[in-house]
Design a protein around this ligand. Sequence first.
Ligand code: PEP
Length: 259
Amino acid sequence: MNTRRRLVAANWKMNGSLATLGAWANALRGSYDSKAWAGAVEVWLAPAFPLIAPARGALLGLPVRVAAQNCHEADRGAFTGEVSLSMLRDCGAEGVIVGHSERRHIFGESDQRIAKKLSAVLEAGLPTILCVGETEPERDAGQTNRVLETQLRNGLGDTSAAAVQQVVIAYEPVWAIGTGRVATPDQVAEAHSFLRSIAAATMGPELAGRCRLLYGGSVDGKNAPALADLPDVDGFLVGGASLDSGSFRQIIDAAGGAR
Ligand code: PEP
């Protein structure tokens, strides 16, 4: 038994609208039960940038942290199309996801760029979810641990012991994201145990023991309970299934009930 509080984060990617946000928040509010959820599970919603401020209003009174899916590391300047952390904070963001595989593989973000973003988020005083994960060819080539170690070590950079406590790590195998091919409990257990050992080597065993490790990749209401039961799984980062409030609620319940 550990004391790590479960975390379930919804990553809406480039989906959602004011109308769907309102309906989602209302449905979640309707099913909200403070005993079953608030104590056991921390919940985040990371919508697209324009929905961050409206989400704060729509979710008023519910214990849901509104987060951003990305940020720029600079505070201001000539970076057309980018959004800074002070802007995100201004809109009500209370956390940021960095290093999502779509940022890495579609937008070409390097480990070094991700480290800069992570450091800027922590400097802004916000918690962050750092995503790491191997591609299918990397897994097939037996490179999974090497990729995870490199992404984690490089992503954390020289983050101080005080700041690293604001970092949540999400293991998201790229081949499982949005594909319906969820990783098996054995694969998740192995990767999470390895990630915790690398966290212990970088931040020390005490902080690593407190660091939350999320799994992400085709999680839904059906597969979440078995994964939530694994000792090193502290919650989920959820894409597709988070768009449906009923499925998302099932995942919250699975995360809260399994330990
Ligand atoms: C994600 O985008 O982080 C993710 C895990 O997506 P999905 O749940 O759709 O696989």
